[in-house]
Design a protein around this ligand. Structure first.
Ligand code: PMT
Length: 401
């Protein structure tokens, strides 16, 4: 999502400046174009050469360096920036920008830019709690500047409290949030993810290999694109993809069905990426089954088809299903598309390396009620989620014309 985005990283003087180097690496990994601006104090902590090497671009260190000014003057960089991230942001730079002071390259460039600005503050806890700083932050928040909340813990100055630089992964997530189009704003999207577990006895259950990655990717991207997201998830080891997502944790297919039913009401879109058990043991033993017999048989009964039931009462909703197949992908998925009254089915061959269960990537085909089939290349699950949500966005527009 950050591919080709022009991001200016302002580094100010603070011990967390060394973390900015890692942040550049993360941005470059996402194929963003990174331009680093360092204040004079930042250069006392880390050298410009580190940032130049990691970003592959010249580093701006001085407002009045004529050669640099000719190459990438503050106006050029201010215009080029799609986002300015100040990490770490000192109390000094926050105070200067809040009060319209432009006395070095970074503060001058921020003043000259129309790009959004994200501050990731890092400082001593007493500085953080200082009323002047808090007033400056409020001033900037009121002017739609973005802030990462600093973390709490032992600080480099050995004080304990708030002031640690936010986790870099969280800053990256916020960058992606800010730069994402908000085309799903106003939509309420219900996503299901992960496996279900059907108990046999108090210690054993039947499940499948779903990790939840595909569904969590969908929830994360939908949230980034402005939707309100309800994520109904079976048991996974993943952490909540976004703090503003309403996560409903369930175990069994029946619990998932009830949770979906409860939250379906105001949803305009339902995406069912969960791998739901089609069968469950007819009887759940209250006691652990003993290994007395040489073999055992379990009688299984069907679970209810959650998506099939929604399909029957879909109304104006957009319904997207998945199909986990091992053979005859298109014909099997086409049947599910029709039987469940879906607007789109995403089929993956779960026997293919790098696709389906638990992998970071997936390779899918889209099938539409018109009969059209679209083949997609192998992509990260988050990229697949982006493409699915592009389709959803288009379907919503067409439906409302
Ligand atoms: O979680 P990951 O490790 O990232 O793996 C991703 C995935 C392989 C689980 C995902 O890409 C996927 O294919 N999910 C659907 C798995 C599945 O249950 O497919 P199915 O063909 O059995 O079911 C078809 C559709 O009906 C699915 O949308 C499913 O959620 C739904 N269903 C199935 C049974 C049931 N009782 N109720 C349902 O709603």
């Amino acid at each position: 999502m950050l591919k080709g985005k022009e991001i200016v990283l302002g580094v100010t003087g603070g011990i967390a400046a060394y973390k900015a180097a890692e942040f550049v690496r993360l941005l470059v990994k996402q194929e963003a174009r990174v331009h680093v601006v360092m204040t004079q104090n930042a250069q006392k902590f880390v050298t410009p050469l580190t940032f130049q090497t990691l970003s592959g671009n010249p580093v701006v260190t001085d407002t009045f360096a004529l050669i640099e000014e000719a190459q990438i003057g503050h106006i050029a960089l201010a215009d080029l920036a799609e986002l300015i991230v100040i990490l770490p942001a000192s109390a000094n730079i926050i105070g200067k920008i809040a009060n319209g002071i432009a006395d070095d390259f970074l503060s001058t460039m921020v003043m000259a830019s129309k790009a959004q600005v994200l501050f990731a503050p890092s400082m001593n806890v007493n500085m953080w709690e200082n009323k002047a700083l808090q007033k400056n932050i409020k001033t900037l928040r009121d002017r739609d500047y973005h802030f990462m909340e600093p973390g709490e813990g032992e600080l480099a100055c050995h004080w304990y409290g708030k002031g640690r630089l936010a986790e870099l992964g969280d800053v990256l997530e916020r960058v992606e949030d800010i730069l994402s189009p908000k085309d799903l704003k106003g939509e309420r999207i219900l996503v299901t993810a992960g496996p279900t577990q059907e108990s046999i006895d108090p210690v054993r259950f039947i499940t499948n290999h779903s990790s939840g990655k595909m569904g969590y990717g969908l929830a994360r991207v939908a949230k980034r694109r402005g939707a309100e997201v309800v994520l109904v998830s079976g048991p996974t080891s993943l952490s909540l993809p976004h703090s503003d997502i309403n996560l409903i944790s369930v175990k069994t297919a029946e619990e998932m069905r009830k949770a979906v039913d409860t939250h379906l009401k105001n949803c305009s879109v339902v995406i069912k990426a969960a791998a739901v058990s089609d069968y469950r043991p007819k009887e759940v033993s209250q006691k652990k089954l003993k290994k007395t017999a040489s073999s055992v048989s379990l009688e299984m009964e069907r679970t209810r088809d959650i998506l099939g039931e929604i399909g029957k009462k879909k109304g104006k909703r957009i319904l997207v299903g998945f199909a986990a197949e091992t053979e005859d992908l298109v014909s099997n998925a086409r049947k599910k598309l029709k039987d469940k009254h879906l607007d789109l089915i995403v089929v993956n061959d779960v026997t293919k390396p790098g696709a389906g269960f638990a992998s970071e990537t997936n390779q899918v085909k889209f099938l539409y009620p018109s009969g059209e089939v679209k083949d997609l290349p192998m992509m990260s699950k988050e990229e697949v989620a982006q493409v699915i949500l592009d389709e959803v966005s288009g379907l919503l527009k067409r439906k409302r014309k």
